[in-house]
Structures are given as C-alpha cells and as structure tokens.
Design a protein around this ligand. Sequence first.
Ligand code: SF4
Ligand code: SF4
Length: 431
Amino acid sequence: MADSIVVSDTTRVGPKQFDLDRCVHCGLCLNACPTYRELGLEMDSPRGRVYQMVQVSNGAPITPSYEEHIGLCLACRGCETACPSGVPYGRMVEDARAQIESQVKRGRAATWLRQFVFRKLLVSPRLLTAAGAMIYLSERIGLKGLMRVLGACHIGGRWGEIAQLAPSAEPPFFFSQIGKTFPAEGQTRHRVAFLAGCIANVSFARLNEATVRVLQKNGCEVVIPEGQTCCGALHLHSGLREDAQRLARRNIDALEKGGYDAILTNAAGCGSTLKEYGELLADDPQYAAKAHAFAAQVRDVTEFLDGIELNRQMTPLNAVVTYQDSCHLLHGQRVRTAPRKLLAAMPGVQFREMRGSDICCGSAGIYNVVQNEMSMQILGSKMKSVNATDATIIATANPGCMLQLEAGVRMHGKEQKVMHVIELLDRAYGA
Ligand code: SF4
Ligand code: SF4
C-alpha cells in the first residue's frame, strides 16, 4: 500500500461489536477460504481477519498490514456458509473497508482514479459507451489480442495477465434497449423488470438480450426500466457505502411504481447487493421501507425461472457441462440448486459436478485487477478442478466469473467454452 498513509482521524465506523462477538474462533471456516487455502496463513483466513478487526475495534491503529489482509479478502463469503455461528462476514468486511476508506488518505493519482471509476465511469452510460468503443477499436486493430498472447506467454508482467481479464465490447450496446418493453411469447403470465447492470450493457449485451428472450419464452413481459443505474455492488465492496446508497435510491425511484411481479438480474454479484438494499438504507427514514419492499422483489434470473413453470420445449444440446457456483449466488443469496435444476432440464446436457465448485474462482468484482497475483493463483487451482471434469462447457451465473473463467481457459484450459446458464437455455430454445 505504498500510495496510502495512515491519518489520525479517529472516526469509529467499522464492523459492529455484535457481529464481531459472534466469532468463537473455532476455525471451521478456514478450509472454505480461498486465500487461506492458497497461503496457509492465519492472518489471511476469515478467523484471522475477524481477529484483526477486533484489534482495530479495540483501538489498534489501521496499519498497512491490516489494509493488506483485509484487501486480500475476496469478499466471496464462502466463510459465511461454513460458519456454524452465523458470523455475517460479508457485512463485516464491507464495514472494515468503509472504515479504512474513512481513515486512510490515498495518493492523488489513486484518489483520482477511484473517483473517476466509481463516481463517473460506472454510473455514466455515455462514458461506458465511449470506453466500450475504445475496447472495440483495440480488438479490431489486434492490440488486445497481442496483449493476451503476451500475457499467456508470461511476457509483459502483470499487465499481460490483466489483459486476459479485460472485457470485450459487444456492439450494439444494451443501453439502447433501456426504456423498452418486450412482450411475452404466448400468454403473459408474469410482468418483470430487468436490471441490465452497468458494464454489462457494453460487455455482455448479447447475454442481456438472451436473458430477455428466455424470459419471453417463459411467458414474461419484460420491462427494461428507464432511470435504472449501476446497483452499487462494486462501490460497497470497495468501502464506498454512501455512493452505494445513492445508487440504491436511484434504482428504487426508477422501479417503485412499476408494479412488477419480480425485479430480475442475470449478475449474481448485483443480485446479492440488490437483495440487501433494505439493510443498506435501513437508517434512511425516507427510503427504509421502500428499500425493503424493493429487495423483497429481487430474484436472480435462474432462481426466478426455477420458481415458475418452465417452458420445456427445447432442442437437445449434446454437451458435457460443469458448473462453477458464483459466490454471490451461492454464499450471498444461498441459491445453489436453481441453476443446476435448469441445466438438468435441458435435454442432451451431461452434467459433471466439479470438485470445489463452491470455492471462488478469484474474480470477485475488480479483485482480479487490484489483487491480480492472488486472483491468478486461485484461478490456476480452479482450472485444475475444471479440467478434471473433461467438460466442454463451463456454465456459471455471473458475468464477472465468466471473464475470469475465460482467462482461465486461455491460460490453463482445454479450450472449454464459458457460458452463462441463461445462454445455454437460450440455445436450447433455438437461438
Ligand atoms: S468465523 Fe465462524 S467458523 Fe470462522 S472461526 Fe469464527 S465462528 Fe468459527
Ligand atoms: S470472504 Fe472469502 S476470501 Fe474473505 S475471508 Fe471469507 S472465505 Fe476468505
């Protein structure tokens, strides 16, 4: 953390005492933690991180070492699922990061970059479109491909590896669909709102289109509400709680009068945060009740489809498929069976469960960029499990995981194809 210095602000935000008190230091979470599995260090385990949070809560200073151990956490919440005491680790690490953010002064360049990414780029369709155009151009002139080849050959250091993770641009971007309503095929059985994400409008435009098609095939009128914005998940995970709250209020305002049966997302990372809007705005008297009502309507698209009568008019896919759980779907939303049941419903899919499918792939929002070395180490381990299945398709339920696994295939794989469960379903419906 060379660009940060500790300042003397003594503002005591941070993990709540009643959350910290829940940990009984049993260590049952250790094996569920990807950073502990890789490093074997107590300070990089959930129990070790909780211990460090307790020290800070008791008045110890925030040191670069504390920042490093909290920063190395993926916020994957695998430890939450493993913990018998119900330690709400995800909330605690967000609070710890917010505390670090409030007390640590960053260098000018780092501050500018964070402000630009979180306060301008992610919330501006115009800037995201411009960024998408630049990515598209770099792909057309071969620059991105060159960087990826260099990265695969371990030339160009970290930048070569980070280039493996750069999202593609998929024109025409999905921003053009915002504000539109797509009718159900056949009888309308449900009226749903679809939240299209931020970067996903540029980099997963085809996935968003496939999502709309699959919902239409299942009797849904799909509204892409005007005024929707980034869900705030990346802000929240980076300690920018107030920014996340502002974005939550905008999304609530945009959707509250829609009268939808459900609010859907195809990104597990977004869904996890959208379902926590009630908690995020609990102290806001004007929005607390509205946030709670909004959160109660949010469903991951796989969860929603599993809960309705699925259209089974599909053509066989003839593929061997394995599934990587998205942490924010499995550990954040406790949705495990829905994507597997959808895969099982597709004719011609031979499903092979991989070992450790519940362990993070190392994507974790922007973790794979800011903690690239650890992320790549975790990805290497993940690809060994993937390769052992001999599956030709790796299915998952989160765009961020797709990018990470695609990089994994390029660096360690056997030319597997990475697909969202919804893309497979879309193909089964004949797209
Ligand atoms: S976080 Fe939970 S599982 Fe881990 S040491 Fe604490 S009580 Fe045990
Ligand atoms: S959130 Fe994930 S990386 Fe962080 S301590 Fe828990 S299991 Fe480990």
